[in-house]
Design a protein around this ligand. Structure first.
Ligand code: MIG
Length: 662
């Protein structure tokens, strides 16, 4: 059951495709006071959702904000990351979903001020509010997902392993990475190009000095079964003679300040302008520039800096310099020193700047701050819509850093600038189901960690979880320890682990596609499946993956195994040294399971089938028909195995699904 309420005059986000008729607000469990929705939370009530955010799968006990933010310090004290995902689920006696549809900020106080209270506060009085009630948690999710439309479907090759780094600054460097993998028989399907490939960070250009003959590089990679995936940034360098800038200026495609002048910000290339992604004409103009790369044979992109990140605005910078001059002559004391210091530190992505430029969206002018959360969404949507036209037959890989519900139809998300910390591996695990609820199925984190130096064991453990995430990409920031798999002493373990991905691929793709086409989750918290089991509901570090298996990754330094909670009897399937070992059945309850570095363990449910392939060194090599079916139990249920060509844009559950039996 869905109820839709309209408050004030909301700005359309296009998050919901088919809107039920609006109802008149009636107080039930939720009370509305001064634009704040409040309700009590029962002692054992769990609150799920909010997509990409800090902290647990159960969001209770903290305060969150939906406010797309470029902040690379993903610490527990934060309240938002790159996405604005305003959907949550109350798992009390009744199961109830809540979606606040607005492009502006919303604050979710989920038992932070008072553990027994939830308060949802939209920043403006104009928004739509959806209440969903269903029998089960899965039911709430699928009703919500039907409302917001089918999730993005990437090409099959995008389920392969990818290597990335900010700092592959020449074609030669990229060739070395490819050779590093291929020579050592480490499986790989893609190499990502960060801003290094561009000429002075200009979108849709290629640095001719460091990447001469780019077309040849793409061809050489293709021959080795590797896709190159370039980055595209949200800001366009302001430079006379640069065709993208000139066209954007002439066409009036950039966001304007209050005086109607192009709003100038500083990002990677220095002074830049922001295409008005929300505007259909401007956004589509920008999106058609991807054709320059598509024409070269590129078939995947990642959209970055689209919160949008702003290092500084021209005006903000001027003000800071003026203020600094004032401070120069002062005796900086406890008040003035920190004010002085913060003034420079707070110059980036400042609320002041977000309030200083405008969009032309659906025929109206809006200040950016009113529609802030739509920028990354629309950048990605416009690109995706252009791809349908430019590549009608072939799917194109696309994922974004900033997002908002609605964008899930057009692309995936990566989880942004995490760090090489064990706690961020755990955060990656927890974010998967939360994002799935909100429609984001194609997602993953920077494996090994983006910021700070990784370690061999952290990378192996992170890859051992990454083998399950649809986006499986190792990425890191320049200046840190290199983290390509071939650089480590235990390269053979990396090979084993990455190899597991390719054995799992038929199952993963099948589960992904069923989740997408049926509006379901691929990763579920245990409480979704074992809702009556009090212990299962509290598990925050194990996940159900599809219909057949549970996973319980190791996320602690020096651990040689871990305690696993079994909500029902399950059989351990262990990937070890390139082999697949069937081990014992664990009864319901807790058990310590040995998981030495390099082993990947999955736990198979009774009477379910896990199909595994023989693997391969890239997706193309995997034989999706030559499967071994693993199972145990007396009444093994048939497995719905989904397959398609992995490339065309026609999806059909009926013709795609085949029943596997033992
Ligand atoms: O502000 O392009 O999240 O993945 O390597 C840094 C450089 C800009 C942020 C992305 C990261 C990428 C980096 N970018």
């Amino acid at each position: 059951m869905i109820r839709r309420y309209v408050f004030g005059s909301p700005i359309e986000t296009d998050a919901v495709l088919c809107k039920p008729e609006a109802a008149v607000w009636q107080e039930g469990r939720l009370l509305l006071r001064d634009n704040v929705f409040c309700c009590g939370l029962k002692e054992d009530e769990i609150v799920y959702g909010l997509g990409q955010n800090v902290r647990g799968i159960n969001k209770r006990g903290w305060i969150y904000e939906s406010n797309c933010t470029d902040d690379p310090q993903h610490t527990e004290c934060k309240t938002s990351l790159y996405g604005a995902h305003n959907f949550l689920i109350l798992d009390g006696e009744k199961k109830c979903g809540i979606f606040v549809d607005t492009p502006a900020k919303v604050t979710f106080d989920i038992g932070y001020t008072d553990y027994e209270q939830m308060r949802i506060a939209p920043a403006t009085p104009d928004f739509e509010f959806y209440l969903i009630e269903e029998e089960s948690l899965d039911g709430v999710v699928s009703t919500f997902r039907k409302l917001i439309g089918r999730s993005f479907i990437p090409p099959l090759w995008a389920f392969g392993y990818g290597q990335s780094r900010w700092g592959y600054d020449s074609a030669e460097g990229v060739r070395q990475v490819a050779a590093g993998y291929r020579d050592k028989h480490l499986p790989i399907d893609s190499i990502y190009l960060d801003i290094d490939y561009m000429e002075r960070y200009k979108d849709f250009t290629i640095n001719e000095d460091t990447f001469p003959d780019f077309d040849r590089l793409i061809g050489q990679m293709k021959e080795q079964g590797i896709h190159l995936v370039p980055i595209i940034d949200g800001g366009v360098k302001k430079e006379d003679g640069y065709d993208v800038y000139e066209e954007g200026k002439a066409g009036g495609y950039f966001c304007k300040d209050a005086d109607g002048e192009d709003f100038v910000i500083g990002v990677w290339p220095g002074k830049s302008c922001l295409p008005d992604m929300l505007n259909e004409e401007a956004g589509s103009w920008f999106a058609h520039k991807y054709k320059i790369l598509l024409d070269k044979g590129i078939d995947g992109f990642w959209n970055d800096m689209n919160e949008p990140a702003i290092f500084y605005s021209e005006k903000g910078l001027r003000e800071v310099f003026e203020k600094i001059d004032e401070y120069r002559t002062q005796n900086l004391d406890v008040d003035t020193f920190f004010a002085f210091q913060n003034m420079v530190a707070d110059i980036s992505s400042s609320p002041k700047d977000y309030g200083a430029f405008y969009h032309n969206y659906k025929g109206k002018r809006y200040c950016h701050k009113e529609v802030h959360n739509l920028f990354g969404y629309y950048m990605t949507r416009r690109a995706s819509e252009a791809f349908e036209e430019l590549s009608p037959k072939k799917r194109i890989l696309l994922f974004s850093r900033a997002s908002c519900i609605g964008m899930h139809r057009y692309g995936g998300v990566w989880q942004g600038d995490n760090s090489s910390w064990w706690s961020h591996l755990l955060m990656n695990i927890r974010m998967m189901p939360s994002l799935n609820m909100c429609g984001f199925l194609y997602t993953g984190a920077d494996l090994g960690g983006f910021g700070d130096n990784t370690t061999e064991d952290l990378l192996i453990r992170w890859l051992s979880f990454g083998v399950f995430t649809p986006l499986m990409r190792n990425h890191s920031i320049r200046g840190t320890r290199m983290q390509e798999a071939y650089r480590f002493r235990s390269m053979h373990l990396m090979r084993d682990v990455i190899g597991v991905r390719y054995k799992l691929l038929p199952y993963l793709y099948s589960e992904y596609m069923k989740a997408a086409l049926r509006d379901e989750m691929m990763f579920r918290p245990l409480g979704f499946v074992y809702g009556k089991d009090k212990l299962a509901r509290r598990v925050e570090d194990q996940l159900m993956l599809g219909t057949s298996i549970m996973i319980a990754p190791v996320y602690e330094q020096n651990a040689e195994g871990r305690t696993v909670y079994f909500p029902e009897p399950m059989k351990l399937i262990r990937f070890h040294g390139g082999e697949i070992q069937e081990e014992g059945v664990y009864p319901k309850g807790f058990a310590y399971v040995e998981m030495p570095l390099g082993d990947v363990c999955v736990f198979l449910k009774e009477n379910r089938i896990l199909p595994l392939s023989k693997g391969g060194e890239n997706v193309e090599e995997v034989d999706f028909e030559d499967l071994t079916l693993y199972c145990f139990g007396e009444k093994v249920q048939p497995y719905e195995y989904y397959r398609d060509d992995g490339e065309s844009r026609v999806y059909d559950l009926k013709s795609g699904i085949r029943i596997l039996t033992v």
